[in-house]
Design a protein around this ligand. Structure first.
Ligand SMILES: Cc1cc2nc3c(=O)[nH]c(=O)nc-3n(C[C@H](O)[C@H](O)[C@H](O)COP(=O)(O)OP(=O)(O)OC[C@H]3O[C@@H](n4cnc5c(N)ncnc54)[C@H](O)[C@@H]3O)c2cc1C
Length: 534
């Protein structure tokens, strides 16, 4: 569970959350292959697909199967979809056979790949009824090559397992903080975590992938020397668009031996406004001796006084890699000074935890970061939520007035209809490796000039009013500049977003669409916000 969710879950009364109606937005935006008015040809293609799949020995789950409810349950409890079939092959040949069976239906049947099953919009089930799900959980091997300093990782591996195995072997990668998130969707869409200013996104460490192509079921390598157009497109645009990635090979970092994990709490909304302005100062500078160096990644989470319930109104959480406690304290003093300069009070010591670690495993397993590596019960990690994202480019800045207006609106909306609503601001800026322009040329991910990556997160059952208010919060944030190139983060995918294709793919969109036409002309790998609909 994300730290955001932990804090909001504590602040919310469960009875308020559970008494609200289900998410009325949970409808497929594309045609539903098993809808009541489906044509005879669609139902005969369903029969043909099932007959094709049933030739093979891999595990298959259908509506009548006893474990169907378990495999067909989205991680986001606000959503509910019914898959046509869930195929769980354990071999490359088996996975290829699934693709070939669906492809043989010439686009009348749709396929969704499932990696770690943590899509916000349940796009690992297509985001609708009737999809065939290629569930890759049995592709769970991790093989470390110490000579090459790489790891080859199956597409069904979750971040907790990856983090633990790498740390035990003395290696590290940048990635998110939820142990149950899968390497697949995460890395194909980016993969941000508390090491990202130092090491970039998980995506930036991919050196090759094995992928099943949609039309032929052939397995090919995408790398800087083979199928280079796919290698470009998969990193930023690869979620269920060009085929099923079966494995990822990553270039590894050496695990650090001095790490400080931190969460600083602030009591009042006005202090949280000052903290946002201070974070802006720390990450917008090009001077690592004036602001936060790239070794330090920090995310400000606004909860607000009205939802704080005795806790902080906001926290600044993150990791400082390669720093001792005293080195961290010296760097963090810059932030404290900036908060003061912007009229805020110092952090509240009773709401603050700062811990030094000498192993990467302990630093990650800390409650301030991943809270452990256990992924043994995927069904324990479900919750109701709705989220929107925003990417603010460098050069677009808050003033005290504009930051205060956003805080006031969030304070008013923070418990709408019994939900708990927050805004997080992950600070990147010019020193951050996520903004490295060399990486920009080699991968489709377009947002290489990010100042803040936002998440507008609503914990609880989402009503129309909640959706409207979340959109208003985004508009309020964007009102600081009408000319800025605002973007969105595909890993925080939002099916309510209107201009989603430009927001998620920006300058890469045209090339990504032509890659989609080239590799998947029948749009077999499909979902409502897939490239075929862009
Ligand atoms: C609790 C929680 C915490 C999170 N924390 C973070 C965080 O700290 N940082 C961050 O950046 N993001 C975070 N995310 C967002 C997360 O990165 C995305 O939801 C990500 O896409 C999930 O990947 P997955 O493999 O688990 O999901 P899935 O639902 O399996 O897949 C997501 C999408 O990718 C496609 N896909 C999956 N596997 C493949 C494959 N092998 N080949 C081709 N397409 C594939 C799916 O079809 C789907 O469209 C979080 C999400 C949740 C729910």
């Amino acid at each position: 569970m994300q730290l955001t969710n932990v804090l909001l879950a504590i602040a919310l009364a469960p009875s308020l959350v559970s008494s609200l109606p289900a998410d009325s937005s949970a409808k497929p935006l594309t045609s539903d292959p098993t809808a009541a008015n489906a044509t005879t040809s669609a139902s005969s293609s369903s029969s043909a697909l099932k007959a094709c799949l049933q030739q093979y020995p891999f595990e298959q789950v259908y509506a009548a199967s006893s474990n169907y409810a378990t495999y067909s349950r989205p991680e986001n409890e606000n959503l509910s979809y019914k898959a046509f079939a869930i195929a769980l092959p354990s071999s490359v040949a088996g996975a290829s056979d699934v693709v070939k069976c669906v492809a043989a239906q010439q686009g009348t049947q749709k396929l969704a790949v499932r990696g770690g099953h943590h899509s916000y919009a349940a796009y690992d089930m297509g985001g609708g009824d009737g999809w065939t799900v290629l569930d890759l959980r049995k592709f769970n091997s991790i093989s470390i090559d110490s000579n090459a300093k790489t790891a080859t990782v199956g597409a069904g591996v979750r971040l907790g397992t990856l983090a633990q195995e790498l740390a035990q072997a003395g290696y590290a990668l940048p990635h998110g903080t939820c142990a149950y998130v899968g390497v697949s969707g995460h890395g194909l869409g980016g993969g941000y975590g508390f090491a990202s200013r130092k090491w970039g996104f998980l995506m930036d460490h991919i050196v090759s992938m094995q992928i099943i192509l949609p039309t032929t079921g052939e397995v090919v390598t995408a790398s800087p020397t083979q199928n280079t157009d796919l290698f470009w497109g998969l990193r930023g645009g690869g979620q269920n668009n060009f085929g099923a990635v079966l494995s990822f090979t990553y270039a590894l970092e050496t695990a650090p031996t001095q790490i400080v994990d931190f969460s600083y709490g602030y009591r009042s909304n006005s202090d949280c406004v000052s903290a946002l302005l201070a974070l802006q100062d720390m990450v917008s500078t090009t001077s690592s001796s004036a602001g936060f160096p790239a070794d330090l990644t920090a995310e400000l989470l606004w909860i607000t006084e009205s939802a704080a319930n005795g806790g902080p109104a906001c926290t600044l959480g993150g990791q400082h890699i390669g720093a001792t406690r005293s080195q961290h304290d010296a760097v963090f003093q810059r932030f404290r000074d900036a908060v003061k300069k912007h009229g805020g009070s110092d952090y509240d010591a009773s709401q603050t935890t700062v811990k030094s670690h000498t192993t990467w495993a302990n630093a990650l397993a800390d409650d301030l970061v991943m809270g452990g590596f256990d992924v043994s019960d995927p069904n324990s990690d479900h919750e109701p939520y709705y989220a929107k994202s925003l990417i603010q480019p460098e050069g677009t800045l808050y003033t005290k007035d504009t930051a205060t207006s956003l805080m006031n609106l969030l304070n008013e909306y923070s418990t709408t209809d019994g939900t708990g609503n927050s805004i997080s601001f992950a600070g990147f800026g010019p020193l951050s490796l996520t903004n490295n322009l060399t990486l920009s040329a080699s991968a489709a991910y377009p947002h290489r000039d990010t100042l803040f990556l936002y998440q507008f997160y609503s914990y609880g059952t989402t009503t129309d009013k909640v959706r409207q208010r979340m959109a208003q919060l985004v508009d309020q944030a964007k009102s600081i500049s009408s000319s800025a190139q605002w973007g969105g983060y595909v890993n925080y995918i939002d099916r309510q977003l209107q201009e989603w294709a430009n927001a998620y793919y920006g300058s890469a969109l045209t090339r990504l669409k032509s890659l989609k036409s080239k590799y998947d002309p029948n749009n077999i790998f499909d979902y409502a916000q897939g490239l075929a609909h862009a």
